[in-house]
Design a protein around this ligand. Structure first.
Ligand code: NAI
Length: 332
C-alpha cells in the first residue's frame, strides 16, 4: 500500500520510517503542503497522511477521491481543517490520532505560564548582556492563584493535574465534565464566571462554531485586570484584534500563544531571512508581555513516536479491515 505523507519535515521522516520498519508499506514523503496545486502528487497513493496546515477543503478532498485515495490519515488530534461532508460524499475515510501525548501540550502550556510569570525569556537576554537588574521581572506565586481551564478533555485534565500540584485553585468550563477533574477538586463553572474569577485563563478546547472567537472584546471585558491568557488549542478560538486591544489597555497582563488564527502561512517555516507578511502578528511581537511559540506544544519525542505509531496503526487497520483504529465521523 502506498501512503503519501505531506508537509514532511526531517522529524516526520525519522519517526514514520521507524514506525513502519516492520510493515510492507510504501511511504512517499512530500515536503510540499497538501493543497489544490500539489494534490496531483498523490496520484497512485491509496492513503494520504496530512498535518494541521494541509488543505483538506472540499475541492482537495474531491480531487484525492478522484485520484483513488481512500484514506486521509491525519497526524493530528484536531480535524477542524477537514471537510468531513466532502469526505463522506466521496467515500474517503478520515482517521486521526486522538491522544498522542496530552502531557506534551499540557507541559508546554505550563512552560508558557511560568515563563510569562517569572519572565525568564527576558532574564535570559538580560543576563547574557551583563544586566543583572531585577526591575521588570517581578512575578507572582502560582500557589493560591485561580486558573480557569476552558475544555477539560485529555490536555485540560493533564494541565489541571499539574496546576493543582503547584497549589493553584482550578475552575473549569466544559459541556462534558471530567470525573477525574472533579475528583481532583476542579470546580466547574459557566464561561462568564470562569472569566471573572481567574488570574490565569488557559484554552484547551477544540475549534468549533461554538468556540470560534470565544475570547472576544466582551469576554475580555469580563476578565480580571492584568489577567494572563494562554492559548495552546487553535488560533481562531481567540479574536486576535480584541486581544491586542486588551493588551494595549493593560487588561491583559500577559499573553502566551502556541497557535494563531492565521498561522498556516507562518508556522513551521523559516522566515528569518525574509519578513513577516502578517501585520497583526508583527504587532503582537512588539509587546514584552507576549510570548509566542510556533505550534510546538505537541513536539516531544514521545508524542512524535505515538503520532507515527498510531497513524501507521490507522493505515494498517484500514488496509486489513476497511476501518482505521480511530475514524473521524461527521457530528450527528
Ligand atoms: P479532547 O477532545 O480530549 O478535549 C476537548 C474538550 O473540550 C472536551 O472535553 C470537550 O467537551 C471540550 N469542549 C468542547 N467544546 C467546548 C466549549 N464550547 N467550551 C468548553 N469546552 C469545550 O481534546 P484534547 O486532546 O484535550 O485537545 C484539545 C485541543 O487542543 C484539540 O482540539 C486541538 O485543537 C488542540 N491541540 C493543540 C496542540 C498543540 O500542539 N498546540 C496539539 C494537540 C491538540
Amino acid at each position: 500500500m502506498r501512503i503519501d505523507i505531506f508537509s514532511s519535515k526531517s522529524y516526520d521522516i525519522r519517526f514514520f520510517k521507524a514506525a513502519a520498519a516492520e510493515k510492507s508499506l510504501n511511504l512517499v514523503f512530500h515536503e510540499e503542503r497538501l493543497r489544490l496545486s500539489s494534490v496531483k502528487l498523490a496520484e497512485g497513493a491509496q492513503a494520504v497522511c496530512a498535518f494541521v496546515h494541509d488543505d483538506l477543503s472540499a475541492s482537495v478532498v474531491a480531487e484525492l477521491a478522484e485520484l483513488g485515495v481512500r484514506l486521509i490519515a491525519l497526524r493530528s488530534a484536531g480535524f477542524n481543517h477537514v471537510d468531513l461532508n466532502a469526505a463522506a460524499e466521496s467515500g474517503v475515510v478520515v482517521a486521526r490520532v486522538p491522544a498522542y501525548s496530552p502531557h506534551a501540550v499540557a507541559e508546554h502550556t505550563l512552560a508558557l505560564m511560568l515563563t510569562l510569570n517569572r519572565k525568564t525569556h527576558r532574564a535570559f537576554n538580560r543576563v547574557r548582556e551583563g544586566n543583572f537588574r531585577l526591575e521588570g521581572l517581578l512575578g507572582f506565586d502560582m500557589r493560591g492563584k485561580t486558573t480557569g481551564i476552558v475544555g477539560t478533555g485529555l490536555i485540560g485534565t493533564a494541565l489541571a493535574r499539574t496546576l493543582i500540584g503547584l497549589g493553584c485553585t482550578v475552575v473549569a468550563s466544559d459541556p462534558a465534565r471530567s470525573a477525574e477533574c472533579e475528583a481532583m477538586g476542579v470546580r466547574y463553572v459557566e464561561i462568564p464566571e470562569l472569566l471573572e474569577q481567574s488570574e490565569i485563563i488557559s484554552l484547551q478546547c477544540p475549534l468549533t462554531p461554538d468556540t470560534h472567537h470565544l475570547i472576544n472584546d466582551a469576554a475580555i471585558e469580563r476578565m480580571k485586570p492584568g489577567v494572563m491568557l494562554i492559548n495552546t488549542s487553535r488560533g481562531a478560538v481567540v479574536d486576535t484584534q480584541a486581544v491586542i486591544r486588551g493588551l494595549k489597555t493593560g487588561k491583559i497582563g500577559a499573553l502566551g500563544l502556541d497557535v494563531y488564527e492565521e498561522e498556516s502561512e507562518l508556522f513551521f517555516e523559516d522566515l528569518s531571512a525574509s519578513y513577516i507578511p502578517d501585520d497583526v502578528f508583527a504587532r503582537l511581537l512588539t509587546f514584552p508581555n507576549v510570548l509566542i511559540t510556533g505550534h510546538q506544544g505537541f513536539f516531544t519525542t514521545e508524542a512524535l513516536q505515538a503520532i507515527a505509531e498510531v497513524t501507521i496503526g490507522n493505515i494498517t487497520s484500514f488496509a486489513k479491515t476497511g476501518a482505521p483504529l480511530y475514524p473521524v465521523s461527521l457530528p450527528h
